[in-house]
Each structure stands twice: as C-alpha cells, then as structure tokens.
Design a protein around this ligand. Structure first.
Ligand code: ISE
Length: 333
C-alpha cells in the first residue's frame, strides 16, 4: 500500500518532514503541502515533488486523494486541525505538543473515544531515537536494577525571537516530560520549577530547572536552556540501583586543530534527531497500512501537556504543584 500524505505547515519542521518523507521513507507519496504563506508551501512542494501547494488546510484534510495528514503548523493550531482530521477519519501525525492546554488535548481524546478508534500519533520523536531506545532496553533487561533518578539536560543554541519562557516548558521541556514517562513507565506526580539568576537581564528566555517526582517516588530533573550559546545539546543519565546509563549523542567525527581536540555540535534538533524523525515517519506510514498503534498516543500528548500546564503554574507561583490526570480511557490501555 502507498500512503498519500498531505503536510500542513511548511516551516522548519514541516519542510524537514517533507524532505524526509520524499527522500527516505518507503510506502509513501507526498502529495500536498499547505502553509499560510503560499510561496513557502510552493517552495517545499517544488523541492519535494509534491503536486499540490495550498493555503487552505481543510483542502488537504478533506481531499479524498489524501490518506493521512501530518500537522506541523504552529502549536496553537494543532487542536482544531487534529479534530478536523478525526472528523474526516484521517490518520494524523501531529507535531508536539498535541495542544498547548490539557483541556484541548482532552477534546482530542473525547473525539477519538467517540469514534472508538485511535487515529492520532503525536510527534514525540525521541521515542524512536536509537540512544533512548537502547537505554530503555538496558533498563528493561533488569541488569541495572530499578531506576532511581533521571537527570536530563536540554540546551538549544539560541531562542528564536518569538520564543518566551513559557514555551521553554510547553514547547521544549515537554520532550523530557514525554520521554521520562515513556522510559520510567509511570506518571509524573509533582513539579517544581526554578529560574536561576542570569546576568543578562534582557534574556526573556533564561534557563529553567524543573524537578519532578514520579508517582512511585523517583526523581526526574531537567535543565532546559534555550539560550545555551554553543550548540544543540541533549544529554541525560539514568541512575539505577546497581549502575547508571548515559545518553550519548551520535558522534561521527572528531577534529584536531590548533592544539585542540574536539567534536562539533549541531545547531538544532533536526540533525541530532534525524534518525529519530526518519524512523518515526517510517513507523507512522507503516502503521497506517497495518492499523497498529505506534509512538505517542493522544493520551500521551495529553499527559505531557498536563504536566507542562502544572509546570507553568509552578513557574509563575513557585512551590511544588501536584499533577492530576483524568482517568485513562480503555482505548489507550
Ligand atoms: C523545538 O520546538 C523542538 O521540538 C526541539 O526538539 C526542541 O529541542 C526545542 O527545544 C524546541 O524548541
């Protein structure tokens, strides 16, 4: 089966997904690109061989020739577009976050529950990253004993102009909220957020440090810095009862220059997580043929956004916030 896909949003991630789908994913035909900026849609369509370029997302969602939709438009559009895909009975891969608020994510869950079928996958691509997959396999082998603490570091080179400190939580640290749930296979129960003092008073997006307690009492800490200044850098270490496992970024070469030995950093996530993005797309396309559920579900999208929402409260009000999730519908068990 060849799956015909339409992409909504041709910004950084939409264009990247379009290139990956067109060049490196089997069983797919990229048919249409939509963007509020028609010229941007046309540029990506021309670069990837997609036949249709449009400004109208509904033209993609309702096109009978399109089997599945990838949403990579701005975060605040995800809710309405995902609901429209469910109404049109189209499988949808929605970039993270599923929606900026937990309430909006619950709307998506309610739509899937009333349909009685899961159509939504959320683009938490780290679940497909070989390094994270290896850590989970090692943990599940039992050799290291039970996990106790998960340390996470997430640094970006520099924040784009439209980024703010709330987005450090809802758009950036939300990755750790998802991956720690996936890795530890339990919910995050409390959150506290600290903002260290920085000398740059103009920096609206300084680092945030989040501390979570899981439902069984494990600790997850996250340093999230969107103005790290030197490169895109994601690290982590899982401390278990008998040993630890560290997350390693793929390193293909090491340079020697002017008395220095070193490795270079990517400038953003596209290069660091290129394999994860490709495998995520490949598994999504395959799942449309087989009907299997892969990757993060709408429930996982809801859980991450609910944690992020509690994180925002902790950021503005200080102290520890409890994270309470609605009961999980059987569709997601
Ligand atoms: C961005 O939106 C992403 O999703 C990246 O994976 C993440 O590392 C970055 O911090 C976000 O801003």
């Amino acid at each position: 089966m060849t799956v015909a896909v339409g992409i909504i949003g041709a910004g950084v991630m939409g264009a990247d997904h379009a290139n990956t789908l067109a060049s490196s994913v089997a069983g797919v035909r990229l048919l249409a690109i939509c963007d509020a900026d028609l010229r941007r849609a046309e540029t990506t369509a021309t670069a990837t061989g997609a036949e249709i370029a449009t400004k109208d997302p509904m033209a993609i969602i309702n096109d009978p020739a399109i089997d599945a939709v990838l949403i990579a438009s701005p975060d605040q559009t995800h809710h309405d577009l995902t609901l429209a895909c469910i109404a049109a009975r189209k499988p949808v891969l929605c970039e993270k976050p599923l929606a900026p608020t937990a309430k909006q994510c619950l709307d998506v869950i309610a739509a899937e529950v009333s349909l009685g079928r899961r159509l939504v996958q959320v683009g938490y691509m780290r679940r497909f990253d070989p390094a994270y997959v290896e850590i989970k396999a090692k943990l599940k082998s039992g050799q290291l004993g039970s996990p106790i603490i998960l340390h996470c570091i997430h640094r970006n080179l520099s924040a784009p102009p439209w980024f703010d400190s709330k987005m450090s939580i809802t758009n950036s640290a939300v990755h750790e909220m998802d991956i720690s749930r996936w890795l530890l296979e339990e919910e995050l129960a409390t959150v506290q957020v600290f903002r260290p003092t920085t000398s740059n008073i103009d920096a609206t997006v300084g680092p945030v440090f989040l501390v979570f307690e899981t439902s069984s009492g494990r600790i997850v800490d996250v340093e999230n810095n969107n103005n790290g200044g030197y490169g895109y850098d994601v690290r982590g270490e899982l401390v278990c009862e008998k040993g630890t496992i560290s997350l390693r970024s793929p390193i293909n070469s090491e340079f020697n220059l002017h008395l220095v030995q070193g490795v270079s950093y990517p400038s953003d996530w596209r290069q660091r997580f290129a394999t994860a993005y490709r495998l995520q797309l490949q598994e999504w396309v395959r799942s449309i043929g087989t009907g299997a559920n892969v990757g993060a579900s709408a429930w996982d999208g809801y859980a991450a956004s609910a944690v992020a929402e509690a994180g925002l409260e902790a950021l503005s009000q200080g102290g520890s916030r409890k994270i309470t999730l609605e009961p999980r519908p059987p569709l997601y068990s």
